[in-house]
Write a protein that binds this ligand. Structure first.
Ligand SMILES: Nc1nc2c(c(=O)[nH]1)N[C@H]1C(S)=C(S)[C@@H](COP(=O)(O)O)O[C@H]1N2
Ligand SMILES: [Mo]
Length: 313
């Protein structure tokens, strides 16, 4: 590893987000409003809290880990983002030109309320929370990270898919001048696109992620908004989303088109279905190298098994 960091087990879970800071800040605002600033300024308080920091968001403790959290410098320094480079430890040095402000996400297709969200509106429109999730790449490495985001279901309910919509397609920004990997890897069918069924996207685990380690997402991790689907391989967790489309027909996805034998359309984590070139029965934790058994649906079977017959891959 290039990155030199404390071992995962040396970092207590609670340090991922200093939640007490967030709480204290809120309390301070209130105290100032009522005691310090007087009635006139107290009236202005709602405006002030609108500008209140989004991060760190309150952690939802329903989602727990069975392993140490990956240290932040590792999760932000070992990335797959092929639009920049295939070298995982170099992605973060290739994102300088990538502009994430201004940013809009266009929602279109078979919905009653098509809409283009400005990112500043999107991050305040739906409740942000922090969740600790396992993360499993199809390459058989794994991490455990604290995401911040909002449930995909919240946005889906707002745009209101029509009855014949069955799938949700997501598309990454296509900016060859800002993304050097697009130029150096012309053989991929850019832009990166991914998809899932609307039923899958409505599952409580599925998030649109906007933050990591109690801060806004770094560019190398898919700023300003990405998919977080913890029971699927990492490749489904599409980064830097600019468009979301609801469709009747199953949309193609970049990896499933490129190598259908290697990456199934569903790409659910499954220890029993090997990749053509390696087993998926085990996974290697980054950066410790610890080998752990891979769980069906990445350990989220209780949440998602009802979505599947067992034949999907
Ligand atoms: N647009 C885009 N999204 C992407 C990828 C990519 O190359 N381009 N790589 C995927 C893969 S293979 C993985 S493992 C995860 C890695 O996310 P991370 O760098 O935040 O760990 O992003 C996924 N999303
Ligand atoms: Mo991956």
């Amino acid at each position: 590893m290039l990155v030199k960091v404390a071992r995962g087990w040396e970092i207590p879970e609670r340090e991922a987000t200093p939640e007490h800071l967030y709480r204290d800040r809120r309390k301070l605002l209130r105290t100032m409003g009522f005691a310090g600033m007087g009635a006139l300024l107290a009236d202005a308080l709602p405006a002030a809290t609108e500008d209140a920091p989004l991060y760190p968001a309150k952690r939802n403790t329903k989602y727990t880990l069975d392993r140490p959290l990956t240290p932040e410098p590792v999760a932000t320094g070992y990335n797959n983002f092929y639009e920049f480079t295939l070298d995982k430890q170099q992605v973060r040095f290739r994102v300088d030109k990538f502009k994430i402000d201004p940013w809009t996400v266009k929602v279109k297709g078979l919905v009653n309320n098509p809409k283009t969200y400005d990112i500043d509106d999107l991050v305040r429109r739906f409740p942000l929370e922090e969740r600790l999730y396992r993360f499993r790449c199809v390459e058989a490495w794994a991490m455990a990270v604290p995401w911040t985001g909002f449930e995909m279901s919240a946005l889906i309910r707002e745009v209101d898919p029509k009855p014949d919509a069955k799938y949700m397609r997501m598309v990454t920004a296509y900016r060859p001048r800002e993304m050097p990997g697009i130029i150096s890897q012309p053989h991929y069918d850019w832009p990166y696109e991914e998809a899932m069924t609307i039923d899958e996207a409505m599952n409580e685990l599925a998030l649109f992620g906007t933050g990591l380690y109690g801060k806004p997402l770094p560019k190398q991790n898919g700023a300003p908004v990405r998919a977080i689907i913890p029971w699927k391989y990492g490749l489904k967790n599409i980064k830097s989303i600019v468009e979301i489309e609801f469709t009747k027909k199953r949309p193609p996805t970049l990896w499933n088109k490129a190598v259908p034998g290697e990456y199934g359309w569903y790409s659910n984590v499954n220890p029993e279905r090997p990749h053509p070139r390696w087993s998926q029965a085990q996974e290697r934790m980054i950066p410790t190298g610890e080998i752990r058994p891979t769980y069906m649906y990445n350990g989220y079977e209780a949440f998602v098994a009802e979505l599947y017959t067992g034949d999907e891959y």
